[in-house]
Design a protein around this ligand. Sequence first.
Ligand SMILES: [Zn+2]
Length: 262
Amino acid sequence: MKLVMLGSGGFVPTEQAQTACYFLPEYNILLDGGTGLYRIHNYMQQARALDVYLSHTHGDHTTGLHYLFGSYFKKLANDATDRPVDISFIEDHSRQANQLLNSTRIHVTERMLANLKDQYPWPLDWRILESVEALPGGGTLRYFAFDPAREEVGFRLEWPGHSLAYITDTIASPQATYIDQIAGVDLLLHDCNLTDEKAQLCQTINHSSTSAVAQVAARAGVKRLCLIHFNPMGWDVADDLPAARKIFPVTEIGHDGMEIEF
Ligand SMILES: [Zn+2]
């Protein structure tokens, strides 16, 4: 199964990294809708309505929802190579893109819905997350809160022979409550917003530092760790990679456009 990193950054986009957006083309599933969403038409197998699962409502995870109409339009138009670009071309594809937009299922908690719904003036198919969501292909998605006082949630997606956990905007530590929830996954995508040198800032800005993330991966017994959600200030977690790999050898650094088979 393939995961495409449409946006690997956090907070605001940079020349190197758009913000949080991760796509599973096979099942048309999107994890978060940050600015990287604008690239999705390049990877969609067919023009059909997405299932979008949001980890929380911060702008770096949701701004790209404004690009859904344009992304559907581009996919439809790019696939219609046999048609002349005239008024009916524009009208037909606009109508179809609107139908797809209005059918897009945005999966959120009640709390996220209250924060988000009025920000989008067009109809979307808002869905409240079930404790176990059925996914196409016989898969499941489970979500879990990191801290009951906050809205961020993590996800575990599982199909026979393939599993993935997505953890962002939280503080990694060997005592993290979500370690059991992500145990043994094939691929862990984990926030790594801070270098080890700046680890003391984690509690203040609710993010993770490199070696602490490697400790989480080791304790959870995952097969592979990919670091994501980098800080746009240019603090380079690559400097910490040797230290992280001493703790958890199969650690790599994500980047925009990265495609991971898991
Ligand atoms: Zn974020």
